[in-house]
Ligand binder design. Structure first.
Ligand SMILES: C[S@@+](CC[C@H](N)C(=O)[O-])C[C@H]1O[C@@H](n2cnc3c(N)ncnc32)[C@H](O)[C@@H]1O
Length: 281
């Protein structure tokens, strides 16, 4: 992943220098004990990245395999993309969280493939850095300029994460693939009332297409429904790892879950859309 990263100050190439990444003019960025590099500089915008509790809930929920159908589908799509046939393809996930999906995608690609997990949450980045030996975890804000080379990325993943169409287009190779996963109407509907879920408005597909239309051409769209049978604790993790985690505590959610499903499991359906796009021009 190193050849693809750029100095956020001068846009120069970065090389490894002991426990830091450095460009030729000498700007340096430490690889902290968390195993990730912080490429945020200057006046840093405050962004509400996922909290420790949200990231722990995500790790536990994804680690239990509940969203494996999604990870597997992402891996299949990446493996079938033109990038998979090239040497050393780079897969970048923006808002990568724990790096769970990115690790699954890398496992399906040739051994030379490298992953870049981007996030602003230090709790997420620490986990993403350990998710796969070929993942490099990098802190930067998706909304600003990306410290990534033009056309350096073969597959770009955006799974329930922020988007920046101009930077997404700039970093993606002309034959690259953008994969975007969004919630569909009815996503986790069974949890909404009992746990008081907030946010997570379904992202209308045509609205998403419109917002990125001048830079990306829609290629395929698939609906993916994942039926889940969850213990009250697993339902709490699922709520906590999403936008609700910014508004409700684990304790509050636990009380609600125990009241809604005392001693039994809840049947829940994750309703997702997986969209692939090709860069234009
Ligand atoms: C809903 S989580 C999805 C995580 C991962 N893609 C997954 O599906 O497991 C969204 C992630 O985006 C990160 N995030 C939020 N705002 C961001 C920003 N401006 N730049 C980079 N990451 C951001 C959060 O910290 C969080 O880890």
């Amino acid at each position: 992943m190193l050849p693809v990263l750029r100095c956020p100050v001068c846009a120069g190439a970065l090389h490894r220098d002991g426990d830091a990444l450095r460009c030729h003019p000498g700007h340096g960025f430490d690889l902290g004990r968390g195993g990730y590099v912080n490429l945020r500089t200057g006046r840093v915008r405050r962004v509400a990245g996922d909290t420790a509790a949200m990231v722990a809930a995500r790790e536990s929920f994804l680690g239990a395999g509940h969203y494996q159908p999604l990870t597997s589908r992402l891996a299949e799509l990446a493996a079938a993309s033109p990038a998979a046939g090239r040497s050393g393809p780079v897969v970048l996930e923006i808002g990568a969280g724990t790096g769970h999906h990115l690790a699954g995608v890398l496992a399906a690609l040739p051994a030379g493939a490298a992953g870049i997990a981007v996030d602003v949450s230090k709790y997420a980045l620490r986990r993403a850095a350990r998710a796969h030996p070929r993942i490099g975890a990098v802190a930067y804000d998706a909304a600003g300029p990306w410290p990534v080379a033009d056309g350096g990325v073969g597959v770009l993943l955006d799974v329930f994460a922020p988007r920046n169409p101009a930077e997404m287009r700039r970093v993606l190779r002309p034959d690259g693939l953008l994969i975007v996963v969004t919630p569909e109407p009815g996503h986790l509907a069974e949890l909404r009332g009992p746990l008081g879920l907030v946010g997570m408005q379904p992202d209308k597909g045509d609205r998403l297409d419109e917002r990125i239309a001048d830079r990306f051409a829609p290629a395929t769209v698939e609906r993916l429904d994942i039926p889940l049978v969850l213990s009250p604790g697993e339902a709490v993790d699922l709520a906590l790892m999403g936008p609700t985690g910014h508004h409700r505590t684990a304790e509050d959610l636990r009380h609600r879950a125990d009241a809604a499903w005392p001693g039994r499991h809840a049947a829940v359906t994750a309703r997702l859309a997986v969209r692939c796009y090709r860069p234009r021009g």
